[in-house]
Design a binder for this molecule. Structure first.
Ligand code: SAM
Length: 252
């Protein structure tokens, strides 16, 4: 399973920059660096109109960047840390195609678990970045279960982050990062790609592609093969039919 080069992306007309958020908002330097390379891959993967569930949105920098440049992507940010939600909301306040962030903890107990907070509609894509190595291993199975339950037929799960690929040398920077993570929390650490693949397969997801990203990161894509049973209209449907997602797109 060799990585592929990032897909070719058509040049989009220039879009005015999103006004800067209040200086006091927490900002991730890594998200600032990787948001454009990730966007370029998402542009090649996602349809022009898409309902996207983002898991572990963190500071909301990805949600703001992607949704600003793709006004017909209806973005549902979430995070397991309730303290992140007002930060995401402030950062995305001027974007009508970004829903109010929801509290979604992948490890939430109970019969509905993490899905309890979500609107009923199926999503075209689930996106998550930099989560699996900074959370306990059961998060991986929970993510795959969530994607299998909430993606529409042929919808895709897109996962960005550093991974250990069995049979390939680990980049020194990733080795040092892994050691640092494990020192901070014994439950953290870079995940083995084969083990992540096994969890995805157990959930019924079909692996589609692996894209090499800057700084020894990967973007991994799976698809949900079967039709979902529950497709009741949810919040994304109402946004999609509004001017925010129905009007002419300012971006690609
Ligand atoms: C390293 S940050 C990444 C944030 C963002 N995706 C990015 O790439 O900048 C990890 C995020 O995962 C969230 N997180 C950790 N465990 C989680 C869980 N069980 N369910 C949902 N989110 C979780 C944290 O609250 C944090 O916002």
């Amino acid at each position: 399973m060799q990585p592929t080069a990032p897909p070719t992306v058509a040049t989009a007309p220039a879009t005015p920059a999103l006004p800067s958020p209040p200086a006091a908002l927490p900002t991730s330097a890594a998200a600032e660096r990787n948001k454009q390379p990730i966007l370029e891959v998402l542009q090649a993967l996602l349809p022009p109109e898409a309902r996207v569930l983002e898991v572990a949105s963190g500071t909301g920098q990805h949600a703001a960047h992607f949704a600003h440049l793709h006004r017909r992507w209806c973005w549902q940010p979430t995070d397991g840390d309730a303290k992140a939600l007002p930060i995401i909301a402030q950062r995305c306040a001027q974007l009508p195609n970004v829903h109010a962030p929801l509290h979604l903890d992948l490890l939430a107990p109970g019969p509905a678990g993490a899905t309890a907070a979500l609107p009923g509609a199926a999503f075209d894509a689930v996106f998550v970045s930099n989560l699996l190595h900074i959370s306990p291993w059961p998060t991986c199975a929970a993510l795959m279960g969530l994607a299998a339950a909430r993606l529409r037929e042929a919808g895709m799960l897109v996962v960005y982050g550093p991974f250990e690929v069995e049979g390939e040398p680990l980049a020194p920077s990733n080795g040092a990062f892994d050691a640092d993570l494990r020192a901070r929390d014994a439950r953290w650490g870079l995940r083995k790609l084969g083990e992540v693949q096994a969890e995805a397969a157990r959930a019924g997801l079909v692996f589609e592609r692996r894209v090499a990203m800057p700084a020894n990161n990967l973007m991994l894509v799976w698809r949900r093969p079967r039709a979902l049973e529950a497709t009741a209209p949810g919040a994304c449907e109402s946004v999609r039919s509004s001017a925010a997602c129905g009007g002419p797109p300012p971006g690609p």
